[in-house]
Design a binder for this molecule. Structure first.
Ligand code: PLP
Length: 433
């Protein structure tokens, strides 16, 4: 059956009257671009323009769009079953994915919960930590210690550990679980910072279940990088203070920072680890929460007799099959070389931004490039400038950043950095003296 297609104007009109967008409003002050197709590193717009994608659809589409291997994996799985419940049933895509994830993640992460998004994988991680301490007869250990400036998702447990200071969830401060916050780690290693963090952990140890952080890169909370030695210190502090350690690798996982997982920069194993986004190469929504056998067995020995979470779309076979293909594809490619090439291209392409007025910092790590302005960016003007340069970006706050697909060519990266410079030059911050 073919569907009658809508014109771009009809799509825009229906969108404006019916659809919420991320952090959106009615009526919306902006009009989203209509995308009709995405292939390789390009988004194709309804008016025929093609944009090089600097965003990988929010860190996810690392292999680019319409990759033949991923298309084939989805089609093949669709021919068998797109979904079955996971209560009382199991299937090959979930089994293969679990084995693959256990094999490639830091040692000791042996049990796999397949959730339906990044935020839900963080919900599951939080629940694991709280249930763990309940099972050990210490229900008072139910708070989390985290860094200010973080972002862990939009549902309630993740929101409670997002940046509390003017972050996008500060609206909810009065109804969120009360967590414990330490300052964000400085970029370079600072033993004094570690001492201060340790003091906070020690003074709250009786009520803390876990420390949860984004390792090496705090993403949507501010695109901040930090020395991986902090992770080693976190592991030590958690062991000494009797706290679980959770790494949220939803943005950093699968090569983005130059190691397969950000934890690998320090050779540290957390007790619980969350992933999502690039897990399916950005094809389908899927998250995973891995934990140690000790965490799993302790939870299971508790009064509930198991982990009390079980969503309808848990371990969705279609998403799992594509995830297996996406992870195997990543491992088969020279992803390390691709991310290193992205790093070099972003470094050289963004170097001129250092001389632009209103630019506070330019930083690159693996496949992540950031221009930080002194003032908030005019989001629409910056987006328009990038689009005029043939590039898709999504600046926020005072940040113009990119994390392109790993399959970008050198020309793609040159286009993306040129688009970032155009966005930076267009912004109010960069124009001010
Ligand atoms: N954690 C981190 C570090 C993220 O960057 C994100 C999304 O940007 C999330 C959690 C939430 O993931 P999702 O948007 O898939 O719910």
């Amino acid at each position: 059956m073919t569907h009658p297609s809508l014109s771009a104007e009809e799509i825009t009109s229906l969108d404006a009257s019916l659809l919420w967008h991320p952090y959106g409003a009615f009526p919306s002050s902006t009009t989203p671009l209509v995308v009709t197709e995405a292939r390789g590193t390009r988004l194709v717009l309804a008016d025929g323009r093609e944009l090089v994608d600097g965003m990988s659809s929010w860190w996810a589409a690392v292999h680019g769009y319409r990759h033949p291997v991923l298309d084939a994996a989805a089609a093949e799985q669709l021919g068998r079953m797109s979904h079955v419940m996971f209560g009382g049933l199991t299937h090959e895509p979930a089994a293969r994915l679990a084995r693959l994830l256990v094999d490639i993640t830091p040692g000791g992460l042996d049990k796999v919960f397949l959730a339906d998004s990044g935020s839900v994988s963080v919900e599951v991680a939080v629940k694991m930590c709280l249930q763990y301490w309940r099972s050990r007869g210490k229900p008072q250990k139910h708070r989390l210690l985290t860094w200010r400036g973080g972002y862990h998702g939009d549902t309630f447990a993740p929101m409670s550990v997002c940046d509390p200071d003017g972050g996008m969830h500060s609206l909810w401060t009065d109804v969120l679980a009360r967590q414990v916050f330490a300052g964000p780690p400085p970029r370079d290693f600072d033993p004094q910072y570690v001492d201060e963090f340790e003091r906070i952990a020690r003074s709250h140890a009786d009520e803390l279940a876990a420390v949860i952080v984004e390792p090496v890169v705090q993403g949507a909370g501010g695109m901040r990088f930090h020395d991986s030695r902090y992770l080693t210190e976190l592991r030590r502090i958690c062991d000494e203070q009797g706290l679980l350690l959770v790494f949220d690798e939803i943005a950093t996982g699968f090569g983005r920072t130059g190691e397969l997982f950000a934890a690998d920069h320090a050779g540290v194993s957390p007790d619980v680890m969350c992933m999502g986004k690039a897990l399916t190469g950005g094809y389908l929504t899927l998250g995973a929460t891995l934990c140690s056998t000790e965490v799993a067995e302790t939870i299971s020995a508790g009064e509930a007799g198991g982990l009390m979470h079980g969503p309808t779309f848990m371990a969705n076979p279609l998403a799992c099959a594509v995830a297996v293909a996406a992870v195997e594809l990543l491992l088969a490619r020279n992803w390390r070389g691709e991310v290193a090439a992205l790093h070099r291209g972003l470094e050289s392409g963004l170097a001129p931004a250092r001389d632009l007025p209103g630019v506070r910092d330019v930083r690159v790590l693996g496949g992540i490039g950031v221009i930080e302005l002194t003032d908030p960016v005019d989001m629409q003007a910056a987006t328009d400038a990038a689009v005029a340069a043939g590039v898709w970006l999504r600046p926020f706050r005072n940040l113009i950043y990119a994390m392109p697909p790993y399959v970008c060519t050198g020309d793609d990266v040159r286009n993306i950095t040129a688009g970032m410079l155009a966005a930076a030059s267009s912004s109010r911050g960069a124009r001010s003296p």
